[in-house]
Design a protein around this ligand. Structure first.
Ligand SMILES: CC(C)(COP(=O)(O)OP(=O)(O)OC[C@H]1O[C@@H](n2cnc3c(N)ncnc32)[C@H](O)[C@@H]1OP(=O)(O)O)[C@@H](O)C(=O)NCCC(=O)NCCS
Length: 338
């Protein structure tokens, strides 16, 4: 049975059951990824940025004879932002190819259509069943990134310490756990407006104005995701010349996520990218001692950043693809196939 589901009011048993399904999915599709923990999972699913909405549905097994509610076997949520709905669906490996995934996506697509949105986007991991699934539903590939993973046990910390100091004169590198300090928010947001070297894809929009940046940091904290920032300050102008952001999620605290890394155009060629990333890893080593890996996503055309990441020890892991589809077309196709 598929029904709309609100993580804010869901029972703890439902949250635990969804976690089991999520971890069964990871074991089947991404066996190298660490399993998720229950810590802040409800908040992760419930909290959104101001102006955004996330709507969720679950596929639940029938109740047992004694009335115990059935397990959560599938889940879909759609984040409504701008003119696009960003979808995320999963089905327990033991009940795949029975049409549950299609039912979940149909429910979400109908709502996105009713709400007047034009398209649906989804991130699809290379070499998993999700590729065949979304392609069978008419989704088209828009963009491919490479996910790379750094195993911290392979890092040469002495070499890294040297890299962290290899920045040209006139720059001051600073570490800020929790986010940039208030007095730097405006300069930080200006640097974020430098679009060209943003590592993230289109489905993970960056924050370009100070208020949106504050909201985004707030939202991360509420979702149990701790941001860390290293920035290079240009001493002469007080401008943020470069920045790198890593988030340590309570849900998988041994593997951190690299978010944006940006070096502002005028400040390229001074070793800032390498130095701020190296400094970040050094700081994380003491701030988050349980951390064993960091993952990052890069556009395949971004050769400069791929080169620095390779020097730091990142190894390419998987393709990470963005797919999209016209909502009306999807609803029509799914309704016809029922
Ligand atoms: C993608 C997913 C949701 C599909 O769920 P599902 O319930 O098995 O999908 P359905 O049974 O509704 O499949 C519908 C159609 O999609 C296509 N499809 C599904 N799985 C497929 C596969 N492994 N290969 C090729 N086509 C596939 C088929 O055309 C299928 O119809 P058919 O079974 O009649 O041939 C499920 O495989 C899943 O949870 N994957 C993990 C998703 C994920 O989030 N991964 C990691 C991200 S971090």
């Amino acid at each position: 049975m598929v029904r709309e589901w609100d993580p804010r009011t869901a029972s703890s048993a439902e949250i635990a059951s969804l976690l089991d399904t999520l971890n069964a999915m990871l074991a089947a599709d991404l066996p190298q990824d660490p399993p998720w923990q229950e810590s802040c999972l409800r908040e992760y699913l419930a909290e959104v940025m101001p102006g955004e909405r996330r709507i969720s549905w679950v596929a639940q097994a029938d109740p047992a004879a004694d009335g115990t509610p059935g397990a959560i076997l599938g889940h879909v949520h759609v984040l409504l932002l701008g003119n696009i709905g960003v979808l995320d669906a999963l089905v327990h490996p033991s009940v795949r190819r029975r049409g549950i995934g299609r039912d979940l996506v149909l429910r979400a697509a109908r709502r996105v259509y009713q709400e007047g949105f034009e398209s649906i986007g989804v991130e699809v991991v290379g070499d998993t069943p999700a590729l065949g699934f979304y392609e069978s539903l008419g989704f088209r590939r828009e963009y491919v990134e490479t996910r790379s993973v750094l195993d911290l046990s392979s890092v040469d910390w002495t070499e890294l310490a040297e890299m962290s100091t290899g920045v040209g004169t006139g720059y001051h590198v600073q570490f800020h756990p929790g986010g940039p300090p208030d007095e730097l928010i405006e300069a930080y947001a200006r640097a974020k407006a430098e679009l060209r070297d943003v590592e993230d894809g289109e489905l993970r929009p960056s924050s370009y104005d100070p208020q949106r940046l504050r909201d985004s940091l707030d939202c991360l904290h509420r979702r149990g995701m701790k941001p860390y920032i290293v920035l290079a300050l240009h001493e002469q102008t007080g401008e943020v010349a470069g920045l790198t952001e890593v988030v340590v999620p309570a849900q998988h605290p041994t593997r951190a996520d690299q978010y944006d890394t940006i070096v502002v155009q005028d400040h390229r060629g001074y070793g800032i990218d390498r130095a701020i990333k190296a400094r970040m890893l050094l700081e994380l080593r003491s701030a988050e001692p349980q951390l064993t890996e960091v993952q990052t996503w890069n556009a395949q055309a971004n050769e400069a950043m791929l080169k620095v990441n390779a020097e730091l020890g990142y190894r390419p892991d998987r393709d990470w693809c963005e797919y999209s589809v016209d909502v009306a077309e999807l609803v029509h196709r799914l309704d016809k196939s029922r």
